[in-house]
Write a protein that binds this ligand. Sequence first.
Ligand SMILES: [Zn+2]
Length: 89
Amino acid sequence: MQQPVPVQPQNAPCPKCGSASASKVSYTWWGGFLGPAMFHQVKCSQCGNSYNGKTGKSSTTAIIIYSVVIPLAIFFICLIFWAIFYAMQ
Ligand SMILES: [Zn+2]
């Protein structure tokens, strides 16, 4: 079995089990390729928990921010474009 390459020691220990051994995550279901890069996402090699490797906090907050702020930003950009389009008529 192939083990993920541990990223040490620059990442914070796992908030769930306290293990310092974690591997970088390059893709997540919630953030694609951009999300994990933005939030320093790592995955614990002991318990499989995903967390922020820089702060040592759970990724739940990052997931909420990412899945709320990004669609909201897209919505407002669309709204601005719609307003410009509407104003030009
Ligand atoms: Zn862990």
